[in-house]
Design a protein around this ligand. Structure first.
Ligand code: ADP
Ligand code: ZN
Length: 533
């Protein structure tokens, strides 16, 4: 635009106000902006809705040159760029969906110094042509969004991110930022190493979303439960609440949307198999009208900036805590009370284990998926505060919140001391007598007295604890293992997740520490392999 002011060298706060219309920086934003404007690198861990975009957009305007934003979400680039252009920012993107002429026009603008921000997909950046092009112009900052995608152990690994490790070599002197809304301690370390940010300043915001209430209930009749939940949300507010319902399959999305609509709820389906025009129409109704419930696969919601989503509901178990946190994080971005609700049952567990077994990939890969699932189940089955469990997963300490379902209505428990002792002493015996360590599967076979081929080969029938746990089903034992893992009484070690005793185990073995276990997540006694849904 001809009347556009040049912000190079301007005061960041003035840019914040003039371009984005905000009076003040929020949280760590000001410090992050200062670090990058000053030419330093930054690693930014901030929950969804925390305001990460501002932290690279403002430096991109203040520093001379173009800010490069690496984002894997091609579908969102268009919207992000449109929003920036509407604010008078000269933004554009380069991706595989573009026609040649359009791409060339963007390249010309970049080389002529007419762009404030340029969005690219990571695979673009691995090409030598793109690197050569970018080297002919001036970059002000490089922001790597969704930086957790570089973690091979994480839930969302993208190989193209590995190639971002040498950006410092390709673009020396350009400050770099890595940003993500989900990172465990291990992922944080991996981001820093793999993206080569040894001198970066780290900004780790609290991952707590205090206005979100977490509720997870056992699945009995999921659709009826969902309707009941949505009606309770509607009853508690003046206007019909907007919400997102996540389901795993397209079929389930469509059936659920239809069912809700039949119950008088303004529900719409959204998944990749729908016609683009239908998707666009449904999305725009969700964004513009009040009280629309979007039933969707997890692809929906990334980058959707609707601040007043009052609830996020899961009718299928997410594959990881990271995924759950990201998806539930789309509720309540306006800070108003909101609910993350989920119904989960053993059927989900069985289904996901089957998917993991059938998935391509080596044993270590499946092991990792299994660990992600176990952490998710630990959150479902915790006797303690959900928020505490969730934040603990991301390496952050918290007190019980007093506002989640387990805090408000402590779950019914039974004394799991004896079961825990059986399991722990089996591990101890194997360690002492055989110098061996095993994962949950083998230990459960021993406890239940399953004379499998492996059990016979290893001579585990002769262990004193062989068969002492036949009163619990296979599923029950898995739940016991998860609950003990969640409390650190058990620790999973190494690539294969062999089980070892955690610090509190000694007190449990001596019978000095109670081990309350959730009753509602366990199957029925005795019936081997029984699953209750
Ligand atoms: P994230 O990328 O961390 O999920 P966004 O950058 O999309 O978060 O910002 C979330 C919301 O907060 C957006 O609606 C944004 O406009 C708003 N926001 C960001 N920074 C500020 C600020 N300093 N003051 C007021 N609103 C802000
Ligand atoms: Zn709580």
């Amino acid at each position: 635009a001809p009347d556009r002011r040049d912000f190079t060298g301007a005061d960041p706060r003035a840019v914040l106000k003039e371009v984005f219309g905000y009076d003040d920086f929020r949280g760590d934003q000001q410090q992050i902006v200062a670090q990058v404007v000053g030419g330093g690198d930054a690693v930014v861990l901030m929950p969804t809705g925390g305001g990460k975009s501002i932290t690279y957009q403002v430096p991109a305007l203040v520093r001379p040159g173009t800010g490069l934003v690496v984002s894997p979400l091609i579908a969102l680039m268009h919207d992000q760029v449109d929003a920036l252009v509407a604010n008078g920012v000269r933004a554009a993107y380069l991706n595989s969906t573009q026609q040649l002429a359009e791409r060339q026009a963007v390249e010309q603008d970049y080389l002529a110094g007419r762009l404030d921000l340029l969005y690219v997909a990571p695979e673009r950046l691995s090409s030598p042509q793109t690197t050569a092009l970018l080297q002919r112009g001036t970059l002000s900052v490089i922001a790597i969004d969704e930086a957790h995608c570089v973690s091979q152990w994480g839930h969302d690994f993208r190989p193209d991110y590995l190639a971002l490790g040498d950006l410092a070599v390709r673009f020396p002197g350009v400050p770099r930022m890595a940003l993500t809304a989900t990172a465990t301690r291990a992922t944080h370390r991996e981001i820093t190493e793999r993206l080569d940010l040894p001198r970066a300043q780290h900004f780790v915001a609290s991952f707590d979303r205090p206005n979100i209430q977490y509720r997870i209930e056992p699945k009995v009749d999921p659709r009826r439960q969902l309707v009941q939940f949505i009606r309770s949300m509607a009853a508690a507010s003046d206007e019909a609440p907007a919400g997102i319902v996540y389901a795993l399959s397209r079929k389930s999305v469509e059936q659920t949307a239809e069912y809700l609509a039949g119950q008088g709820i303004d529900a719409l389906p959204y998944h990749a198999g729908l016609d683009a025009s239908v998707r666009a129409r449904n999305q725009s109704r969700f964004l513009r009208e009040d009280g629309v419930v979007m039933v969707a696969t997890i692809a929906f919601g990334m980058g959707i900036d609707k601040p007043d989503v009052r609830f996020v509901a899961h009718i299928d178990l997410p594959k990881s805590v990271e995924g759950y946190y990201q998806e539930t994080g789309r509720a309540g971005r306006d800070g108003e009370p909101s609910v993350a609700w989920m119904a989960y049952g053993l059927g989900d567990v069985v289904q996901q284990r089957r998917l993991i077994d059938a998935s391509p990939g080596d044993r270590a890969f499946k092991q990792r998926l299994g660990q992600h699932l176990d952490a998710m189940l630990a959150l479902c089955e915790t006797v303690g505060c959900r928020r505490q469990n969730l934040l603990g997963y991301f390496g952050q300490d918290a007190e019980p919140c007093g506002n989640c379902d387990t805090c408000l209505t402590p779950p019914e428990t039974f004394d799991g001391l004896v079961a825990a002792q059986k399991l722990l002493s089996t591990i101890v015996r194997l360690q002492r007598e055989r110098k061996q360590a095993y994962g949950a599967g083998q230990l459960i076979d021993i406890l239940r007295g399953n004379a499998t081929e492996r059990v016979r080969q290893l001579g585990h029938e002769s262990l004193a604890t062989f068969g002492v746990g036949s009163d619990l089903s296979d599923q029950d034992w898995r739940s016991v293992v998860r609950q003990l893992l969640a409390r650190g009484i058990l620790v999973a070690r190494g690539e294969y997740g062999t089980l070892d005793l955690g610090e509190p185990a000694a007190a449990v073995l001596r019978g000095e520490q109670p081990v309350p276990l959730r009753r509602d997540v366990m199957g029925r006694k005795g019936s081997g392999g029984s699953t209750r849904r």
